[in-house]
Design a protein around this ligand. Structure first.
Ligand SMILES: Cc1cc2nc3c(=O)[nH]c(=O)nc-3n(C[C@H](O)[C@H](O)[C@H](O)COP(=O)(O)OP(=O)(O)OC[C@H]3O[C@@H](n4cnc5c(N)ncnc54)[C@H](O)[C@@H]3O)c2cc1C
Length: 499
């Protein structure tokens, strides 16, 4: 670990999401003077926490997958995850509801999982074992050789070993056909396809390389940081501060000054910050189109329009006055046609006719997130980005989902609501400058992978870099942590500390 001096290069990082925090800490640990400017009054970006009426809601991510990536991150600084929060493995990992009396409860242990698959379909237990073995291989190659690449030139991918590995990783086959070549029962098929929804595209449009997500799901497991996902942010913020990062809130970056092909300073409403280099962890499209001057935009408006975005979401943060029966921490409601909902997200964007939805009940694991005897419920309905978002529509969908939720779980819920807040497109735009109100950034389709993603380096401003869920490696908390590390690595190569 190095310490900055008064002559160390000054780096301004924009945005305190996982990616910005990660980049800031890596650079500070190497001796750069780092200032992190955040538009909101608290850190975490999409992972902010809402504390109201005795409930503490994680506003964004709720699934803690790929614990190795978090361990690797804190390990960079000689720390462990357990120095910052307590992690528990969920068992059961989650439940999928297919109808009032049809549910699949996913156990954490491999033997129990294989027995469950076998009970659905003869031979499926052994097929699961071989599917996951292959998925583990993809995960290992993906983490070791792919996700830490900056995606700036084809040369990064041209080692004979990597080409051989990639050829064995089903890059040109879809997730949908890969899963169907192993399993036939529709419930098993849906369960194996669900993890790629985190990547923002349908199983038909996602390369089967991403069955590595099944290994993340069923091999590495679903975890939970006690106190909530906000504890990850708290840990990262205290680490950043220990390393000397100066975090300044309520500082929305409005413009930059450049000269000689370099950014010289970034400007907020009330301040100007000099910079030797700038890392943007804020929404890439917002910064490119709304903050940079017109003659320094990295991409055109039509380029951004033509990107396939990951979905937005309608969320309800709900405090309940009683415990809910028969539900686990995570529950997926797949009782309606997945194909129709996917079509209404991707092909003909519109508010869904019969939406699938997801519920998180963190209070099932963690009593600290709700008052005693009460429940902390978050409902998430995936929606197409860019839709009209009105109070009337939110209210209509609240009742539509509640009707189904009550029917499928066989209990009264609405009459026990003591706190409720909705959140959708308008809020994503207002709070994060999110392009079209997207929740998870850019979809990981084949034509938006690696080199084909918006570049982490600006084309003409030589000291301007981007990280986060709209660039490499993609959406999700672990990829955002990796993105910050990758961009810091590129910046350090091109703007090294003076000896
Ligand atoms: C509802 C929801 C559920 C999710 N569920 C999961 C999950 O279960 N598991 C998982 O792994 N991932 C999940 N994700 C995805 C994951 O949360 C994101 O991919 C990740 O948090 C993105 O981090 P980021 O740093 O790229 O961006 P952000 O979190 O968006 O951070 C960007 C920051 O930049 C700030 N900013 C924007 N403009 C400016 C400006 N001009 N000046 C200064 N600051 C600015 C913003 O305020 C924000 O704090 C979910 C996301 C959402 C929204």
């Amino acid at each position: 670990m190095s310490h900055s001096t008064s002559t160390s290069p000054k780096v301004v990082v924009v945005g305190s999401g996982f990616a910005g925090l990660s980049a800031a800490s890596v650079l500070a640990s190497k001796g750069y003077r780092v200032r992190l400017l955040e538009k909101n009054q608290e850190p975490g970006g999409r992972a902010r926490v809402l504390s109201e009426a005795g409930f503490r809601f994680d506003m964004g991510p709720s699934w803690y997958w790929m614990p190795d990536v978090f361990e690797q991150y804190f390990g960079l600084f000689g720390r462990k995850v357990s120095d910052y929060y307590e992690l528990v493995r969920l068992d059961p990992a989650y439940t999928i509801v297919y109808g009032p009396d049809q549910r699949l409860v996913v156990p954490a242990q491999a033997e129990a999982l294989e027995a469950l698959f076998e009970s659905y379909e003869k031979g499926a237990g052994l097929k699961l074992r071989s599917f996951l073995k292959q998925a583990a291989y993809k995960y290992e190659v993906g983490i070791r050789d792919l996700v830490f690449k900056p995606g700036r030139s084809l040369g990064e991918f041209l080692s004979p070993r990597l080409i051989w590995d990639v050829l064995r990783m089903d890059v040109f086959k879809s997730m949908a056909s890969h899963v169907r070549s192993h399993f036939k029962h529709p419930h098993l098929v849906q369960m194996m396809e669900f993890p790629v929804l985190f990547l923002g595209a349908t199983p038909r449009n996602t390369p089967a390389l991403y069955s590595l997500m099944n290994y993340a799901d069923l091999g590495l497991g679903t975890w939970y940081p006690m106190g909530g996902m906000g504890k990850i942010v708290d840990g990262m913020v205290s680490l950043a501060q220990e390393l000397g990062v100066e975090i300044i809130y309520n500082q929305e970056v409005k413009s930059v000054k450049s000269q000689g092909g370099r950014v010289r300073s970034v400007l907020t409403v009330d301040n100007e910050y000099q910079a030797d280099a700038v890392v943007v962890g804020a929404d890439y499209r917002h910064f490119d189109q709304e903050v940079l001057p017109a003659d320094h935009r990295n991409y055109s408006a039509s380029y951004w329009e033509s990107r396939v975005l990951a979905p937005s979401s309608l969320l309800f943060y709900i405090g309940l006055s009683k415990p809910l029966e028969g539900l686990t921490h995570h529950t997926l409601f797949f009782d309606e046609d997945f194909g129709l909902h996917a079509e209404e997200i991707y092909t003909h964007p519109q508010w869904p006719t019969k939406p699938l939805f997801y519920t998180s009940l963190a209070s099932k694991t963690d009593p600290s997130v709700a008052p005693a005897g009460m429940e902390n419920l978050v409902i998430l309905v995936p929606l197409a980005p860019g839709l009209e978002d009105t109070e009337e529509l939110r209210e209509k969908y609240y009742h539509l989902i509640m009707d189904r939720f009550e029917r499928l779980t066989g209990q009264a819920i609405r009459s026990h609501v003591v706190y409720r807040k909705s959140y959708a497109h308008r809020d994503f735009v207002k709070d994060y400058h999110s392009f079209k109100g997207n929740a998870y950034g850019l979809a990981n389709t084949l034509t938006q992978t690696a080199l084909l993603k918006p570049s982490l380096k600006h084309k003409t401003l030589s000291n301007l870099y981007f990280c986060g869920q709209l660039t490499v490696p993609g959406p999700g908390v672990p990829p955002s942590l990796i993105s910050g590390q990758v961009v810091a690595g590129e910046l350090m190569k091109e703007h090294p500390l003076k000896a």
